[in-house]
Design a protein around this ligand. Structure first.
Ligand code: AMP
Ligand code: ZN
Ligand code: FE
Ligand code: FE
Length: 285
C-alpha cells in the first residue's frame, strides 16, 4: 500500500526543470500514491501529465494550478487542486494570468536595457525552454534572472534577483494580480478545491495568519497547505490545527522545481495520503 503523496510540483511549462510526464514517472518511481502538477499560471502541462499517469496504475494524478493573487502586503499563492482544466472559469483565469505576464515582461526588458543590461525577450524565452507551444509556457522572473546570469550581468540567479528583477530591484515591475476572491471562485467553479499555499510566505507571521485566513474562507477558500518543504514541524502542526478548526481540506507537497531547488525534492516532506484523502475524494481522484 502506497502511503505518501506530493500535491505541489512545477514543470517545464512554468519554472520547473522536468517535463510533466517525467514528474509523474518520478513520482511513481518514488512510490507515491498521488501526485499533482501545479504549474504557475498555466494549465498547459496537464494533458501530458495525465497521459503519463494513465500508464501507471499505482499513482493517482491530480490536475492543479498555482496562482499568484493580490494581497496588499506579502505574497498570496492559491493552489487549485482537482480542477477540470476545460472549465471556462479556469481557462479564462489562465488567460488573464498570461495576459498580465505579456504586459509586464517586455516592460521589464525595456527597463533592463536602460540599465545597460541588454537581455531580450528571445534570451528569456530560450531559458524558459520549448515545452508545448510558445503561448502555453509561462515566462517569469526566474527565467529573466537566469538569462541575465547567462549573459554575464550577474554572478548568480540570486544576484540577478537582488539587483534587477526581485521586488526592490532596479528593473522590477509588478504584474497585474487577480483578486483572491475571483481566483478562488474560478477554481471552485472548475470543480476544484482552493488551497492556501505555503502560509509562511504570506509574510504576516503565524500570529496574524488567522484574520487573513478567515477573510479568505469568507471568499470560498476551502483548503490549506499544511505540509511544504519550507514548513517547520511546528508550522505544519499549526496549519493542521487551523484546518481542523475551520473545516478546511488538508493539502501538502514539496513545491518541486527540479535540481534548481535542491531542498524541495519530490516527495519531501512526506505527506501522508490519509491526511489528504478527504480532498482527493472531494475532487474524485
Ligand atoms: P513572477 O511570477 O514571474 O513574478 O516570478 C515569481 C517567482 O520568482 C517566485 O515564484 C519565486 O520563485 C521567484 N522569486 C521572486 N522573488 C525572488 C527573490 N527575491 N529571490 C529569488 N527568487 C525569487
Ligand atoms: Zn515556481
Ligand atoms: Fe508558491
Ligand atoms: Fe509552487
Amino acid at each position: 500500500m502506497r502511503r505518501l503523496v506530493d500535491l505541489h510540483t512545477h514543470s517545464t511549462f512554468s519554472d520547473g526543470q522536468y517535463a510533466p510526464a517525467d514528474i509523474v514517472r518520478l513520482a511513481d518511481r518514488r512510490g507515491l500514491a498521488a501526485v499533482a502538477l501545479t504549474d504557475h499560471d498555466t494549465l498547459a502541462g496537464l494533458p501530458d501529465a495525465r497521459r503519463a499517469a494513465e500508464g501507471l496504475p499505482d499513482v493517482r494524478f491530480v490536475p492543479g494550478i498555482e496562482v499568484s493573487a493580490k494581497l496588499p502586503h506579502g505574497m498570496l499563492h492559491i493552489i487549485g487542486l482537482g480542477i477540470d482544466e476545460r472549465a471556462p472559469s479556469i481557462v479564462e483565469l489562465a488567460r488573464r494570468l498570461r495576459q498580465a505576464r505579456n504586459d509586464r515582461n517586455p516592460r521589464m526588458v525595456e527597463r533592463l536595457r536602460r540599465l545597460g543590461v541588454p537581455v531580450g525577450m528571445e534570451d528569456i524565452r530560450a531559458v524558459a525552454g520549448s515545452a508545448g507551444d510558445e503561448e502555453d509556457r509561462i515566462v517569469g522572473r526566474p527565467h529573466m534572472a537566469e538569462a541575465i546570469r547567462r549573459k554575464g550581468y550577474a554572478e548568480t540567479v540570486q544576484d540577478a534577483f537582488d539587483r534587477y528583477v526581485g521586488r526592490g530591484g532596479a528593473a522590477y515591475l509588478d504584474k497585474e494580480k487577480i483578486d483572491p476572491g475571483e481566483t478562488i471562485s474560478a477554481i471552485r467553479d472548475a470543480a476544484g478545491v482552493a488551497v492556501l499555499a505555503h502560509p509562511p510566505q504570506l509574510a504576516v507571521g503565524d500570529d496574524d495568519l488567522e484574520p487573513v485566513l478567515r477573510r479568505l474562507i469568507e471568499q470560498g477558500l476551502n483548503g490549506i497547505e499544511a505540509y511544504h518543504s519550507e514548513h517547520s514541524p511546528r508550522q505544519t502542526r499549526l496549519y493542521l490545527e487551523l484546518a481542523n478548526r475551520y473545516r478546511l481540506f488538508v493539502a501538502g507537497g514539496s513545491d518541486f522545481h527540479g535540481p534548481v531547488k535542491p531542498d524541495a525534492a519530490l516527495g519531501k516532506p512526506p505527506v501522508p495520503l490519509v491526511m489528504v484523502e478527504p480532498l482527493l475524494s472531494a475532487v474524485g481522484v
